[in-house]
Design a protein around this ligand. Structure first.
Ligand SMILES: [Fe+2]
Length: 243
């Protein structure tokens, strides 16, 4: 099975459209979205509708959960809170209801899909680095053989034994029988690894390979829409920098 995984679109339609065009060329069997469809950007309805049309499955992200009232967001900084309020006011009822219906976790055979950490996914815990990943080693028995997550907007791979976690470089080919693996798939609509290119992952379960794809899109119209909508100009600026 060839599974494409996308995450953290954040209402960035141009980035999503170009990413889906690339995925179309890859002869995949399943497309999965790991949440944060909305927040920051100016085209939440267009993004939700395109995800509904194109993805086989999606899980809920923390921004989606905040928008639909499933997550307290009072601790966010002001611009982020304003973007959540703006998004709620601009989403159609139908799209809001669809977001509410998304699960926190999806499991297909021995592969789990969540927005944040696969352990207690409703808490949206971050996995930014190998120290965070090491904390998951204590849950080794609960972890699926493969976990795919978003949330940090970073591209990472970790392997777990019962006592520790190690980060490894991507792409990856081949897996050890007694180890478990976690992949952080980056972001389509707001990359934060210093590159403005959209990211998605391709997992080929037969070839035992995990590949990272990066996709160019024209940031200018996306940035203009953010500014014209009255959202924080910083949300537009950071797209050019990949931060
Ligand atoms: Fe996000």
């Amino acid at each position: 099975m060839r599974i494409a995984i996308i995450s953290d679109i954040h209402s960035n339609l141009n980035a999503l459209e170009n990413t889906l065009k690339e995925i179309d060329k890859l002869n995949i069997d399943t497309l999965i979205c790991l949440g944060d469809l909305v927040g920051y950007g100016a085209q939440p309805n267009e993004v939700v509708e395109l995800i509904r049309k194109s993805c086989d499955y999606a899980v809920i992200g923390n921004h989606d959960a905040a928008v639909v009232g499933k997550l307290d967001y009072t601790y966010h900084y002001k611009a982020a809170k304003d973007a959540i309020d703006w998004t709620r006011n601009n989403l159609t009822t139908d799209n809001l209801e669809w977001l509410i219906s998304l699960p926190y976790k999806l499991k297909i055979k021995n592969i789990s899909f969540t927005h944040g950490s696969p352990i207690s996914p409703e808490d949206f815990l971050y996995v930014y680095n190998s120290s965070h990943a090491s904390l998951l080693s204590q849950y080794y028995d609960e972890l699926s053989k493969f976990s795919f997550i978003g949330h940090s907007h970073l591209i990472k791979g970790y392997t777990f034994s019962k006592i520790l976690a190690d980060e490894f470089k991507l792409p990856r080919k081949g897996f050890l029988e007694n180890n478990k693996y976690l992949f952080s798939v980056g972001s389509v609509g707001q990359p934060r690894d210093g590159s403005p290119l959209s990211a998605f992952f391709l997992f080929d379960t037969e070839l035992e390979s995990v590949d990272v794809h990066r996709v160019y899109y024209d940031i200018n119209p996306t940035a203009d829409k953010i500014i014209n909508a009255g959202l924080s100009p910083n949300f537009a600026k950071r797209l050019f920098l990949g931060i």
